[in-house]
Design a protein around this ligand. Structure first.
Ligand SMILES: NC(=O)C1=CN([C@@H]2O[C@H](COP(=O)(O)OP(=O)(O)OC[C@H]3O[C@@H](n4cnc5c(N)ncnc54)[C@H](O)[C@@H]3O)[C@@H](O)[C@H]2O)[C@@H](O)CC1
Ligand SMILES: Nc1ncnc2c1ncn2[C@@H]1O[C@H](COP(=O)(O)OP(=O)(O)O)[C@@H](O)[C@H]1O
Ligand SMILES: [K+]
Length: 450
């Protein structure tokens, strides 16, 4: 199962629906606090804990968790910003019979800090003083855990409204929020643990990308049944060579490259051809254009005269011109931010909003790459990549991703599913490849993952 992701307003709606369905808000908070306490005990069964509790329900969760931990014999302190302002939070505070400190210079750090100052209700940057206390107390702790979200993070955009520490873990409730998987906030979250608090099955078109189920080779199938990927080489053939190699290692049964001159270093299993007819082969499961295309826009034009499923990457994205040129074609586009802006211009909104608007305009699957890669479909589905090693910021790693997508598409996967699966495999290949890998090492790591 992939984990659902809900923006802050939709989270409130899901909570309201549960309340309307007969689950009191205090039950949701009890479940959230109990889950937070369980996560704390699993991660750190003995460290004395300091909870920082804010005025809203995020702070309420802290009072519930603190009660559970105290009952289990742990050393627990709570420091607050002031009195609770929400009914459920007042109820939670009422169940706490220990002392309550006011957050100040006098507040001593503890080995484990739990930040329950603000969650989805954060509306503005933390005040300077409070922010300084948060930093100081986090620095003084051996381990830090955020309740729902690190305080200072905008739940929907992943922006940091004020600086936040780096947490070891973040425990969230019901569904992930976009910020758990968007930069820059995602780099501060540590492990993101999702707790069930009784909202029932959370429905969302937005999900974290999980381990894919890749189609197994048909035991009586043939090479074309496993997918024929056809690549168009341009003026810098090294890039398409990486893509073609990646497609082959990602399980395509046949990989072919159209090129006017022999490309050195390609495995012999990859066929090189200069025949124009090769493009009319009906067995082509996916046509890939863009990596190393250079300034040769006719290659994209040629690709768009064919009806094969397409992956359009790199230089070819910039050559598209107008997004509606792609409408009516079966396209997966794989821009990084620069290529995205070149094609779609500046679009207002969060990264999630922008990816979805671009998918609508082009009627294509958009893989908007970066440390927080998103996969958007015109029907509103949105996949958020789990964190991947920053070593992926290396020349040619995007070419490898394009090749994997083409292989999965040619193997018969639906375009959105193929793109999500490829993003997942690409990230795991980077983990397997170890530190300081080059794009070729990513290709070598693909076999066992695909
Ligand atoms: N609503 C529910 O049913 C549930 C909510 N839960 C928790 O409730 C949280 C959301 O609670 P709230 O909506 O009360 O929001 P928060 O607890 O995030 O905080 C909102 C409060 O802080 C104030 N505030 C916002 N930004 C501030 C700033 N920079 N400086 C000072 N004050 C600021 C607001 O005016 C408001 O009073 C979630 O993150 C989650 O932890 C959980 O208990 C599960 C159930
Ligand atoms: N800091 C990062 N953390 C994780 N992944 C990253 C990071 N930076 C880039 N990536 C990933 O690396 C790949 C780079 O692709 P791209 O920008 O097209 O590079 P190139 O053109 O050199 O191949 C993308 O899949 C992107 O999501
Ligand atoms: K918090």
């Amino acid at each position: 199962m992939t984990r659902p992701i809900l923006p802050a307003a939709a989270t409130v709606e899901a909570e309201q629906a549960a309340i309307a369905g007969g689950t009191p808000e205090t039950d949701l908070m009890e479940n959230a606090g109990a889950a937070l306490a369980r996560a704390i005990r699993l991660m750190s069964p003995w460290r004395p804990v300091l909870f920082l509790a804010g005025p809203g329900n995020n702070g309420g969760d802290a009072f519930v968790a603190a009660r559970h931990l105290l009952e289990q014999g742990m050393q627990v302190r709570i420091a607050v910003t002031g009195a609770p302002k929400r009914d459920a939070a007042r109820w939670a505070k009422g169940g706490w019979h220990g002392e309550v400190e006011l957050i100040s210079e006098e507040t001593e750090p503890a080995p484990l800090l739990v930040d329950a100052l603000f969650g989805t209700g954060l509306g503005r940057p933390l005040g300077e003083e409070l922010q300084a206390h948060l930093m100081r107390l986090a620095e003084g702790a051996a381990m830090t855990i955020a309740c729902d979200l690190p305080s200072g993070v905008d739940a929907d955009s992943g922006e940091m409204l004020s600086p936040i520490p780096r947490y070891d873990a973040t425990v969230t409730f019901g569904a992930l929020k976009p910020a758990h998987r968007l930069a820059p906030a995602m780099q501060h979250m540590g492990d993101v643990i999702l707790a069930d608090i009784g909202l029932g099955e959370v429905e969302s078109d937005w999900r974290e990308i999980g381990k894919p189920e890749l189609p197994a080779p048909d035991p009586v199938g043939h090479k074309y049944g496993r997918g024929l990927v056809h690549c168009l080489a341009g003026s810098m053939p090294g890039a398409i060579a990486l893509s073609a190699h990646a497609a082959a290692r990602a399980g395509a049964g046949y990989v072919r490259v159209s090129t006017s001159r022999m490309i050195d270093g390609l495995p012999s299993a990859i066929v090189q051809t200069d025949s124009a007819d090769a493009l009319d082969d009906e067995r082509i499961g996916c046509l890939l254009v863009g990596p190393g295309m250079g300034d040769v826009p006719p290659l994209l034009t040629l690709a768009l005269t064919k009806t094969h499923p397409l992956v359009i990457d790199a230089d070819a994205i910039k050559a598209v011109g107008e997004p509606d040129r792609l409408v009516g074609h079966d396209v997966i586009l794989t821009p990084h931010e620069g290529e995205f802006e070149a094609l779609f211009g500046e679009i207002e909104g969060t990264k999630a909003d922008r990816a979805l608007i671009a998918a609508q305009r082009s009627q294509s699957i958009i893989v908007l790459k970066g440390p927080d890669t998103l996969v958007a479909a015109p029907d509103g589905r949105l996949g958020f990549a789990p964190p991947a090693p920053a070593g992926l910021a290396t020349a040619g790693s995007g070419d490898v991703l394009a090749g994997i997508i083409a292989a999965f598409r040619a193997r018969g996967m639906e375009p959105f599913e193929a793109a999500c699966a490829a993003v997942w495999v690409h990230g795991r290949a980077a983990e397997v490849a170890g530190p300081n890998f080059i794009a070729d090492d990513l290709v070598a790591a693909l076999g066992p993952l695909s």
